[in-house]
Ligand binder design. Structure first.
Ligand SMILES: NC(=O)c1ccc[n+]([C@@H]2O[C@H](COP(=O)([O-])OP(=O)(O)OC[C@H]3O[C@@H](n4cnc5c(N)ncnc54)[C@H](O)[C@@H]3O)[C@@H](O)[C@H]2O)c1
Length: 417
């Protein structure tokens, strides 16, 4: 059996994924409301296909429980999928992870071999320097515990598909028993498995996320250069770049494209965490430093573009509040940063609409005082100028008919190619 701590995007997907493979899975989450929502067969976030999987496996292969002792007692595999948010000076906050590890160890009452597997994103060297010694320090019980790192590469909005059809499974192990057991667990998926050291495994996850962040900051800087020089059609330029056969038909092109800066739960915090970890180890990485700075400055550049030719009394419409289309996740969303910048510049008459994320945005950012409207049409009717911050498909048709009133902050409309 498998136990999963943390039933967010990663944990719920992992739990349901293993349930789908036929394993019995316990799901544990400290958030009472989240447990209740899931227990009612509902998702606490927008994620295609997952609600069907939840309904299918709930109370059969997937059991949401508060009885941690029972879950741990029955399980050989304990996965940690808890949050690792911003900590001090951009480093990763490992509080939730260690709390879940403590809870697990306190619940172990026998000598059965178990593996504690971190799926949460943790900075390179955390397992070797913090988790492994910490568990070893727990005495007798540590003799029957294996430790592993198993980063997750899924994208929000595609969680299920990315888990079930993952490109590769990365396992960071330092003992053959754990490695063998984990390979056995994942084998039915038929996905290539790569076993590496703890630190290599952790590093691979950051390699991936910081490369994506770098491509986005690079693209944003390029679009700023283009705007500064003038006479350049940014959307056309990037689309023609993508026609290069080294890029063509490659999903990465969406990251090599300008917009409002990278947001969401992962890229901002993970880029900061790797930067902080490298600085702590004695090297200040100049490229990552500028990637972060470029991203931090992006909202201001976007806000200044929106207000060009406007007066402070004008109403500014915002289309899109989630960090990307198809998601209701507003963590580190560009919309928040752009609205903040607009307000700092003295533009306080702001109206907004998002097809999925309005409730979440209002809850997450109570400091933001804007008027929430019920459709994109209403935003156009009430505003002097409308900024498309998140390019939901449902905005595109309407926005394309109102180009003169639209600031296309995602370069989603203006391409002629
Ligand atoms: N969201 C993504 O796209 C994504 C992709 C890959 C990796 N990751 C990484 O995976 C981890 C989880 O991300 P997420 O987006 O699923 O987070 P999330 O915020 O959606 O979910 C985390 C869950 O953990 C729960 N939790 C916290 N402490 C707990 C504890 N002690 N015991 C049980 N549950 C606890 C929270 O209540 C919450 O429901 C992070 O490290 C993140 O960086 C996220």
């Amino acid at each position: 059996m498998v136990t999963v701590f943390g039933l967010g995007f990663v944990g719920l997907t992992t739990a349901l994924g293993f349930a789908h493979l036929g394993y019995k899975v316990y799901g544990i989450d400290v958030d009472h409301q989240r447990r209740e929502t899931l227990q009612n067969g509902k998702l606490p976030f927008l994620e295609p296909q997952m609600e069907d999987e939840l309904k299918h496996h709930l109370n059969k292969n997937f059991i949401i429980t508060e009885d941690i002792e029972q879950a741990v007692s029955d399980s050989e595999y304990i996965f940690y999928c808890v949050g690792t948010p911003y900590g001090k000076e951009g480093s990763a906050d490992l509080t939730y992870l260690f709390s879940a590890i403590d809870t697990t160890i306190a619940a172990i009452k026998d000598e059965r071999y178990r593996i504690l597997i971190t799926k949460s994103t943790i900075p390179p060297s955390t397992t070797a320097e913090k988790i492994y010694p910490y568990v070893q320090g727990k005495g007798q019980v540590a003799q029957h515990i294996g430790i592993a790192n198993n980063p997750e590469f899924l994208r929000e909005g595609h969680c299920w598909d990315d888990f079930i059809h993952a490109d590769r499974i990365v396992l960071g192990c330092n003992d053959t028993v754990s490695e063998k057991m984990l390979k056995k667990l994942y084998e039915p998926m038929g996905i290539p498995i790569y076993c590496v050291s703890y630190t290599t495994s952790e590093f691979i996850k950051y390699l991936s996320n910081t490369l994506l962040a770098t491509m986005i900051s690079y693209s944003n800087e390029m679009s700023h250069i283009a705007d500064t020089i003038g006479g350049i059609d940014v959307a056309d330029a990037f689309h023609i770049l993508h026609m290069d056969k080294r890029w063509n038909h490659c999903d990465m092109t969406s990251y090599v494209y300008p917009g409002c800066g990278y947001g969401g739960y992962c890229l901002p915090k993970d880029t900061c965490a790797l930067f902080a970890q490298s600085v702590a180890k004695g090297f200040e990485p100049p490229i990552l430093k500028h990637v972060i700075e470029t991203n931090q400055n992006r909202a201001k550049i976007v806000a200044e573009k929106i207000i060009q030719g406007q007066h402070r009394d004008d109403v500014i419409g915002i289309l899109g509040l989630s960090f990307k289309p198809g998601s209701d996740d507003v963590r580190d969303s560009a919309a928040y940063k752009v609205i903040k910048e607009l307000q700092n510049l003295g533009y306080n008459k702001i109206v907004a609409f998002d097809p999925a994320a309005m409730q979440e945005f209002r809850r997450a950012y109570p400091d933001i005082n804007i008027q929430y409207l019920s459709s994109a049409e209403e935003v156009y009717n009430c505003s002097n100028i409308v900024a498309m911050i998140t390019a939901w498909d449902s905005f595109l048709e309407l926005a394309a008919t109102k180009m003169e009133k639209t600031i296309d902050c995602r370069y989603a409309l203006s391409r002629s190619i």
